[in-house]
Write a protein that binds this ligand. Sequence first.
Ligand code: FNR
Length: 346
Amino acid sequence: MTKLSPHAHRKDEHVFLAEKFYAATQANDFDQVRFIHQSLPEIAVAEVDLTSQLAEQTVALPFYINAMTGGSPRTQQLNQQLATIARDLNIPMATGSQSVALKETELAASFAIVRQTNPNGVILANIGADVTLAQAEQVIDMLQANALQIHLNTPQEIVMPEGEQRFYWLDNLAQLVAKLPVPVIVKEVGFGMSHETLAQLMAAGVQYVDLGGRGGTNFVEIENARRPQHDLDYLTGWGQSTVESLLESRAYAQQLTIYASGGVRNPLDIVKALALGARSVGMAGTILHHLQTEGPAATSALLSTWRDQLKLIFALLGCRNVSELPRKAQLIFSPELLSYASQRQI
Ligand code: FNR
């Protein structure tokens, strides 16, 4: 077997460690939010329409497969399986960061497979915030991508043994957003966002944001396991949860288009995120876990069951579509979340 380059090896390690730390029943902040039950919703399940928008594209369902893989033979196979699922369900899919393919061009095939598998689907490219305009255009071309996700991941870089230590990103982000030919979604990778960050992004001309909050895959935990000393485990609680980030984003509901991800485990979590203002909801670790433990056919079947279950929950709430949810669904927050909101004055 040919030896993997360090970049390709890191991609495999991320997949292995994400699964190792995945805990199916993990409690998170979605449990701190409840819906108020209404006994007379005056609706039929068949009336529910789950059509939604992601970065100016119309798609069948209000959820998507978030950035994970590519960059090695193993992750090429995972990308192909994920792209098949995305095609079958007509949901968007992001690839993992393509920076490895900029450094080693022969790795581009492990990303391009996503477009080959799903020629007409909504596909998001993914890259860090420090790339040049030409590099960003290159990763978009690699996938004929409909949009570009730019990830912000300072805690991951800090803990990663070979991570970046310079974080001057904002001016470059503004340039990329202004000049790229496709919509740009700025995303976190599991540490959430504050309203201060959202204000900075808005001033830089950003329109689309994936809050990427804490509660699921934890890149401090993953990168700490890759450190020889394993000595930064005390940072594992860093960041805002996805629900906290959604509360942080409420003041920007009119100006920004908010997507939510991080710790989404099931259709009820999806509906909670939508009710809190997200226009669509991303999932990474949960889908990867099902894919690796049950295989592609079972994962595809599970997600189509989730499509049906989403309709049931929408009907319970008397909501006919995604835009009705934040207006109609009544939510109750736990004392901890209320305290968070009052300390942050949001
Ligand atoms: C990720 N994630 C990620 N995000 C990104 O923007 N670029 C990337 O290359 C990767 N790579 C990656 C690999 C693996 C194996 C996983 C599980 C995740 C982060 C991902 O898109 C998401 O933001 C977080 O995982 C939080 O969502 P979940 O996993 O809790 O649903």
